[in-house]
Design a protein. Structure first.
Length: 162
């Protein structure tokens, strides 16, 4: 598969998973967490689904398209493992969705980071809330959800916290 094909499948999977979960969560209150602002693509999509006021975005830097930068109150700057503890103090149990798109080309390091983050995510996400992730995160009480049609297993992951 060309790198272009791979990129298209990856971003299509992101869009389809986020769309699916947003439908499941209609009417649910809570904040939305975006891990990995990057270019701002998935943040912009989440904004179109949920509105900007309840989305908190984590990244160690701001390098996004100028139209896709959260305001200072909603941008949590720094290494996630440094910023998450204080965030949990503010928002424990209040997230209805966490989207994790923080992986790099180093698969082992990405999974290790995702597993460390999961300790905090488990505290932040409400019972019945969702975690959508670019990494396979195995956590007790997180139930693997079916993927949207056309998304190949292993390309993206959806969990519901029970
Ligand atoms: C794949 S990009 C995110 C792409 C973005 N979701 C988009 O759609 O444009 C991953 C981002 O995660 C950030 N990142 C990686 N490790 C991090 C860490 N430990 N703490 C904070 N940010 C991190 C990087 O700075 C990078 O911007």
């Amino acid at each position: 598969m060309s790198r272009l094909d791979s990129f298209i499948r990856r971003v299509s999977a992101q869009r389809d998973c986020l769309n699916m979960v947003s439908k499941e969560m209609q009417g649910r209150t809570g904040i939305v967490l975006e891990f990995g602002l990057g270019n701002g693509r998935t943040y912009d999509h989440l904004r179109s689904l949920f509105g900007p006021e309840d989305i908190y975005v984590f990244d160690r830097q701001v390098n996004a398209h100028p139209d896709c930068i959260p305001d200072d109150d909603h941008m949590i700057l720094g290494d996630v493992l440094q910023t998450l503890p204080a965030f949990v103090d503010r928002f424990e149990g209040r997230a209805k969705l966490a989207h994790c798109d923080i992986g790099t080309g180093d698969k082992e390091a990405s999974i290790a980071l995702a597993m460390k983050m999961s300790v905090y995510l488990n505290k932040l996400v409400q019972t019945g809330g969702y975690i959508v992730s670019d990494q396979d995160i195995q956590v007790d009480g997180w139930v693997v959800q079916p993927l949207p049609e056309g998304v190949k297993p292993g390309r993206y992951f959806i969990y519901q916290k029970t």
